[in-house]
Design a protein around this ligand. Structure first.
Ligand code: ADP
Ligand code: MG
Length: 464
């Protein structure tokens, strides 16, 4: 008797849903089907090859483990791309509306005939090729790239990228615009700061002529609005944004927004706007770890035709930890001192460059994964083998999570390296641990004090 692939897959999905973030589940598993699920093969149907690659790289372990739990089979996993890729349900509803301008693939190929136009200029430095990818920004980078390859045609509409200052949001937004322009995947590309978007609107209202404004923004094929948190919160502006959003969305045009915080926590926005921001994909950029910071410095130096000695890039990257713009500032200062004062590029000069930026340049004490594990083990009085072992007792799991979190936040160690040092666990386990700790930190001040205490003891152990 043939196996009921759909029913079995539905059971697996139910179980996967409990294991990952709701947003990730909806994005990556929502549009999947199973065409075949038997002891030998699990064939999963996905909307595009991008989904196949992403699921393969990030979730194949989870799918295999879940299929085994549900069926006790260990089938070979395969992904196939749907013959006619469909967008999310909202697109299909929109297609039924008369007002929809169809964006067929033949039209898209006409637009690649160099008819693309940038309505406002972009900074030529902000391209995908110049963006260094690391654990902290990989998800946002991949989604941005997918959107630039097929604007309006992926499930990521709108794409919302959020994160702290100087972590690359503007760079990614402009890179999307740039790639759409260069590969002709969209015709009218509009990059704008939210500030300009709304001040243009207010000026149009004052002139009593909104035609030109509407022509620019509602005819965009790709609309990239940067720093939406600076949004002018008048009712008229909110309404205008909703109109623009609806028009573009219904016509399958791409919308990309950036913000310094998650959309759900934006203040002063109407609920219907916030819910629209969450229709597609919301993704964050975190501060890069040491390895990525070094790679970014080397990339920026190369752009300037300079090759940095490894000890210098490491030194700078160790000192400037949380903001790429500042890191770049330190490099520019260093290079300026070198060329204007004819000084030699060495650690001493790097130290002076940082001093000029109001930074202390004493080296940070040596903290590594081992020292964090040792301090955590002492702090919670749990032997190291147990801390990194497989025990699932709640107090031990909780200490293990904190320890992984601190390896990431204090040292900036790569997730894979942390996983390896915790009994060869997968990097996704580390992500899960860090998220669990962050969530608890935001809710439980006593837990926060505990983590701060431990953090202090790690720093003081290391400097002894
Ligand atoms: P944000 O908009 O998040 O405040 P930006 O996009 O303006 O930050 O980035 C600040 C600077 O850091 C820019 O010069 C940008 O090129 C650089 N930058 C940020 N992240 C990266 C990265 N991953 N690779 C290369 N450069 C980066
Ligand atoms: Mg910015």
């Amino acid at each position: 008797m043939p196996y009921n692939a759909t029913g079995l897959w539905a059971r697996c999905l139910k179980s996967i849903k409990l294991k990952i973030q709701p947003q990730s589940f909806q994005t990556w598993f929502g549009p999947t089907n199973s065409l075949e699920l038997c002891p030998e093969r699990a064939v999963i149907e996905v909307p595009t090859s991008f989904f196949a690659d992403w699921l393969e790289e990030h979730y194949s372990w989870l799918i295999c483990a879940t299929v085994e739990e549900e069926t006790s089979w260990k089938p070979k996993l395969e992904f196939v791309v749907q013959k006619q890729a469909k967008g999310p349900t909202e697109f299909n509803q929109a297609e039924r509306e008369d007002s929809v301008v169809k964006h067929s693939s033949s039209e898209a190929s006409v637009s690649s005939n160099n008819k693309s136009s940038l309505v406002f200029p972009l900074n030529p430095k902000y391209r995908f090729e110049q963006f260094v990818v690391g654990d902290s920004n990989e998800f946002s980078f991949t989604a941005a790239k997918a959107v630039a390859d097929s604007p309006g045609q992926t499930a990521f509409n709108p794409l919302v990228i959020y994160g702290g200052v100087g972590l690359g949001k503007t760079h990614l937004l402009q890179a999307i615009g740039d790639l759409c322009y260069r590969n002709g995947s969209a015709q009218r590309i509009v990059y704008v700061t939210a500030e300009k978007f709304f001040s243009d609107y207010l000026q149009a209202i004052q002139r009593q002529d909104t035609a030109e404004y509407i022509k620019i923004y509602r005819n965009a094929d790709v609309l990239l609005i940067d720093d939406i948190q600076f949004y002018v919160k008048t009712e008229g502006c909110q309404r205008e944004l909703i109109h623009t959003f609806n028009t573009l969305y219904q016509n399958q045009k791409q919308i990309v927004l950036s913000s310094d915080r998650p959309p759900s926590t934006l203040k002063g926005f109407e609920d219907r706007l916030i819910s629209r921001f969450q229709w597609g994909l919301v993704t964050d950029i975190e501060a890069p770890n040491l390895e990525t910071r070094i790679a970014i410095l080397n990339c920026k130096a190369e752009e300037k035709g300079i090759s940095l000695a490894p000890e210098i890039s490491r030194f700078l990257a160790e000192q400037v930890v949380s903001n790429v713009r500042e890191l770049e500032g330190a490099l520019i200062r260093l290079l300026t001192m070198k060329s204007h004062m004819g000084m030699e590029l060495n650690i001493e000069l790097a130290r002076r460059a940082l001093r000029g930026m109001g930074r202390h340049s004493t080296p940070r004490p040596c903290v590594n994964i081992e020292t964090v594990q040792k301090a955590t083990s002492d702090f919670f009085d749990i032997p190291i083998p147990m801390l990194i072992g497989a025990t699932r007792k709640q107090d031990i799991t909780s200490a293990r999570h904190v320890c992984m979190y601190l390896c990431k936040s204090i040292i900036g160690a790569p997730l894979k390296a942390i996983g390896n040092e915790f009994g060869n666990r997968d990097h996704t386990t580390v992500i899960h641990a860090c998220k669990a700790v962050e969530k608890k930190l935001s809710k439980d001040p006593t837990f926060g004090n505990l983590v701060t205490e431990l953090e202090k003891s790690i720093q003081s152990n290391a400097s002894q």
